[in-house]
Ligand binder design. Structure first.
Ligand code: PEP
Length: 258
């Protein structure tokens, strides 16, 4: 299900938090409550797998969607100990899945593994949030090649009609878990570059349509500038997404941008 609206998309990556199901349920309840009054923003929360059914609830909440932090590379159920398939996530009501997060790439996900996860998620009709990002930047602009290669290696083989469901989350690794986010002006420049890579791969219309998020030390304070100056379609939020007052403030601030 591609993200086709003009609304901003705010994705909360809870990582391996919180510690208990009671806390997880409380957080989800607060975010659902906040989501109902949004007009220009859609919210996705990505709790740890075990909390997903508890956070989903029985009824659908307006502007609130369930995401997962990972899906198996395996497309079919079978003898894959420890794996959770995209088919199982879809069955739980998951609509979005984070793929290729730098913390998973660090634990061994290669571009080929990222491509396989992406394919499995797309195969179940869910929306993959493909994370890309450079370790560092220098004057020579080598980081742009890193981003281009990550995109090509994960989606270069996909047909356009399939690839158009992909959301890209640009997360410079040096800005994740850091004291400050990337400058909004630099977010703008890089998101233009990402759109150009998609245009080169799939045609000008894809360059215009691809949804690009920014992630890396986003807070309720810097979120409005990153969106309005950085001109991204939304945000992938780590730490601030488990801080209930901060995340709710962030949702409201982004929504006010219209
Ligand atoms: C992340 O890990 O995806 C992330 C953006 O984390 P943080 O917001 O804490 O930098």
């Amino acid at each position: 299900m591609p993200h086709t609206t003009n609304k901003k998309l705010i994705v909360g990556n809870w990582k391996m938090n919180p510690s208990t199901s009671v806390e997880a349920k409380k957080l989800a309840r607060k975010f659902k409550h906040a989501a109902v009054s949004l007009n220009h923003t859609e919210v996705v929360i990505c709790p740890p797998l075990t909390f997903i059914p508890l956070c989903t609830g029985r009824t659908k909440t307006a502007h609130f969607h369930m995401g997962a932090q990972v899906a198996s590379t395996q497309e079919e159920s079978g003898p894959h100990t420890g794996e959770v398939g995209a088919n199982m996530l879809r069955d739980l009501g998951v609509e979005y899945v984070i793929v290729g997060h730098s913390e998973q790439r660090k634990r061994g996900d290669t571009d080929a593994i990222v491509a396989a996860r992406l394919k499995a998620v797309l195969g179940q009709g869910m929306t993959p949030i493909l994370c890309i990002g450079e370790h560092s930047r220098d004057e020579s602009g080598a980081y742009l090649d890193v981003l281009k290669e990550q995109i090509k290696a994960s989606c270069g083989d996909l047909l356009k009609k399939v690839a158009k469901s992909i959301i890209v989350a640009y997360e410079p690794i040096w800005a994740i878990g850091a004291a400050e986010a990337m400058k909004s002006e630099d977010v703008y420049e890089t998101s233009l570059f990402i759109k150009k890579v998609f245009a080169d791969l799939y045609g000008a219309d894809m360059g215009l349509k691809v949804t690009v998020l920014y992630g890396g030390s986003v807070t309720y304070r810097n979120a409005p500038d990153i969106i309005s100056i950085g001109k991204v379609d939304g945000l992938l939020v780590g730490r601030e997404s488990i801080n209930a007052p901060g995340f709710i403030e962030l949702l409201k601030a982004v929504d006010l941008l219209g």
